[in-house]
Design a protein around this ligand. Structure first.
Ligand code: ZN
Length: 92
């Protein structure tokens, strides 16, 4: 993560939303959500949930070159793959 409150943190990528250019990263950009009791006698609860972060604001440590890198997209026909912008290796 390059900016914001989670600067310097790393986490596992849980999912990619290519249409939005966003990533869901474990433990990053957590949002606390307060659930109110819907019925009497029930307790309200606070849940934390990751929110997708913009790809431009995270750095990924590339397994190929071992450097923090930005992720680019390479479109090969209909398949969109993520690639390391430094060494062009495909990132699974
Ligand atoms: Zn690389």
């Amino acid at each position: 993560m390059l900016g914001g409150k989670d600067k310097g943190k790393t986490g596992k990528v849980l999912g990619v939303i290519p249409a939005d250019n966003r990533l869901l990263v474990e433990g990053l950009n957590m949002m606390k959500k307060h659930l109110r009791a819907k019925q009497q006698g029930q307790k309200g609860q606070i849940i934390s949930k990751e929110r997708p972060v913009a790809i431009g604001s995270v750095a990924l440590v590339c397994k190929s070159c071992g450097k923090p890198t930005r992720v680019g997209f390479s479109v090969d026909g209909k398949t969109k793959t993520r690639v390391c912008k430094k060494c062009k290796a495909t990132i699974a």
